[in-house]
Design a binder for this molecule. Structure first.
Ligand code: DX5
Ligand code: ZN
Length: 210
């Protein structure tokens, strides 16, 4: 299981603290990109992101919580993320978006909000590199893990075994050293405030890994 660190909830010295995260053993940096339309919060623009990540070395995992999906894909493909993930709920034609991201030689992820079922995205699963299951409502860090996520992870794991699909399962929101136990069949776990609300980032990461 890999860990992807979200820096959404870091309040002070963001650039220094992102570098501090970059020096830990986390596997990815998770970028929460919000547009003030798909969700009410708004985060950084691409120019700010490039500046914040100037000295980082970790692979990037971009989570687009935006309405205008294509515009943001065009922005974020320029930082060459490993995964570029859009929300199913924001997509008019999910397959077209999947192919557009693939054409840019970036691995494509699709995310579902807590009230969206796995059944709804079933037609797209064969085409995806990653499925991001939201375990909180998208929009902010520090919320409680929704236990209903657990069945979705199990179902996605079953489907990929039965159909020999290759997508990874990522879980995002409310993960701490207790809730992580519900996500054992996921491949990538996003963790934000559990790590960044402490001064000892590496200590928190070590607690998650045991
Ligand atoms: C929520 C974001 C998550 C979240 C993770 O919209 O996608 O990445 O901020 O933060 P925690 O771990 O604090 O829930
Ligand atoms: Zn996220």
């Amino acid at each position: 299981m890999k860990l992807s660190a979200s820096f959404l909830s870091i309040k002070n010295n963001l650039k220094e603290n992102i570098l501090k995260l970059d020096k830990t053993t986390i596997d990815y940096l998770h970028l929460d990109i919000m547009d003030g339309a798909f969700v009410s919060n708004k985060t950084w623009n691409i120019k700010e992101i490039k500046d914040l990540l100037k000295k980082t070395t970790k692979p990037l995992d971009v989570h687009l919580m935006v309405k205008d999906v294509y515009k943001y894909i065009d922005d974020y493909k320029t930082i060459k993320p490993t995964y570029l993930t859009f929300h199913y709920e924001a997509a008019k034609d999910p397959l077209e978006i999947i192919n557009y991201i693939k054409k840019n030689k970036i691995k494509v992820g699709m995310s579902i909000k807590p009230n969206t079922s796995v059944q709804e995205i079933f037609p797209y699963l064969s085409q995806l590199d990653l499925v991001l299951v939201m375990s909180v409502e998208p929009g902010e860090g520090g919320q409680d893990f929704l236990i209903s996520t657990v069945n979705k992870i199990r179902l996605l794991d079953e489907i990929r075994k039965n159909y020999e699909y290759h997508y990874l399962i990522e879980v995002d929101g409310g993960i701490n050293d207790e809730t992580i136990q519900y996500c054992m069949s996921a491949d990538i776990i996003v963790v934000g405030s559990y790590i960044t609300s402490s001064d000892d980032y590496q200590g928190q990461i070590d607690k998650l890994k045991t």
